[in-house]
Write a protein that binds this ligand. Sequence first.
Ligand SMILES: Cc1cc2nc3c(=O)[nH]c(=O)nc-3n(C[C@H](O)[C@H](O)[C@H](O)COP(=O)(O)OP(=O)(O)OC[C@H]3O[C@@H](n4cnc5c(N)ncnc54)[C@H](O)[C@@H]3O)c2cc1C
Ligand code: FES
Length: 277
Amino acid sequence: MNNIYMPHLAEIKEIIDESPDTRTFRLKFKDGDTADRFEFKAGQFAEYSAFGDGESTFCIASSPTRKEFIECSFKVFGKVTQALHRLNRGDTIGIRGPYGNWFPLDELKGKNLLFIAGGIGIAPVRCVIDNVLDLRNDFKDLTIISGARSVSDIIYKQEINVWKDRTDIKTIITVDPGGETPSWDGEVGFVPAILEKTAPSPENTAVILCGPPVMIKLTIPILTNLGFKDEEIFTTLENRMKCGLGKCGRCNIGNVYVCKDGPVFTYAQIKRMPQEF
Ligand SMILES: Cc1cc2nc3c(=O)[nH]c(=O)nc-3n(C[C@H](O)[C@H](O)[C@H](O)COP(=O)(O)OP(=O)(O)OC[C@H]3O[C@@H](n4cnc5c(N)ncnc54)[C@H](O)[C@@H]3O)c2cc1C
Ligand code: FES
C-alpha cells in the first residue's frame, strides 16, 4: 500500500540567495516518473523535508507552466528552515504534495489582475504572475504592488527586473519607511499606503493578495473603500500545518481545513469564518 506521507526525493539543482534570510531552491525530482506526474496549479503548496529535522510547508513558487524545475522560496525561521538553509547544491530533500486548492485562473480570464504582496508573500504571487505571463493574452491589465521591509529584503530581484522591463505590466515596488538606500528609486511606504496612493480601479479587476496577516488586515479596508468586492479578493491563509492533506486537524478554523479547503480563499469566505484577520 502507498504511504501517503512518503516524500518524493528531489535534488537541489541550484540555490539562489534572494536576501540575507531567504533562499530559493531550484529542485528536480530524482525519479523521472514523479517529475512527469507532478502536476500542480498556482497557489498550491507542498511539505518539504530536511531529513532528520522535519517538514516545513511552503508554496510552490514556480509556475506550473514552467516545468523544468520546481522552486520553493523559504525564509529562515525555525528548526526545519535552518536545516534546509544548511544544505548545498546536489543535496537531496523530500517533497510531499501538491496539496490544497489554487487561484481560479480559469475563472479570472478576461479580467484585470491586481497583485499585492508583502515579504515572503511574494512567493505564491510570483507563481501566479509567471503563470499569467505565460497565458498573457487571456488577461487584461496587470498591476503588481509588492513591499519589503528594506531594499536588502526584496526577493526575486531578477524577476522584478523582468516585470519592470515589460510595458504590459505596471510594477510598483515599495520598502518600509527607513528601509530605503540613497540609490533606491522605488516607493517608500507600507503596502496599504502605496495601494491607497495608486488607487487602482476595481472595474473588472480581481485581486491576488498575499503577505503577513497585519498587511492583509490593513489592506482589505482600502480595497473595500476603492470598491473591490469581497468575492474578487483572493488571499491565502498560512495556518500552521502538519499533514497538509486533511488528516491531523492542525490547521482547522471551525470546520474549515485550511490545508484541504484552502489555502486560497476569497475575502467573502474568510469573513464567514470564526476567526478573521
Ligand atoms: C500554505 C502555506 C504556505 C507557506 N508558504 C511559505 C513559503 O512559500 N515560504 C516561507 O518561507 N514560508 C511559508 N509558509 C510558512 C512556513 O510554513 C513556516 O514559516 C515554516 O514552516 C517555519 O518552519 P520552521 O520549521 O523553520 O519553524 P518551526 O521550528 O516549525 O517553528 C518555529 C516557531 O514558529 C511557529 N510557526 C511555524 N510555522 C508557523 C505558521 N505557519 N504559523 C504560525 N506559527 C508558525 C512554530 O509554532 C514555532 O513557534 C507557508 C505556510 C503555509 C501554511
Ligand atoms: S494540516 Fe493536517 S488537517 Fe490540515
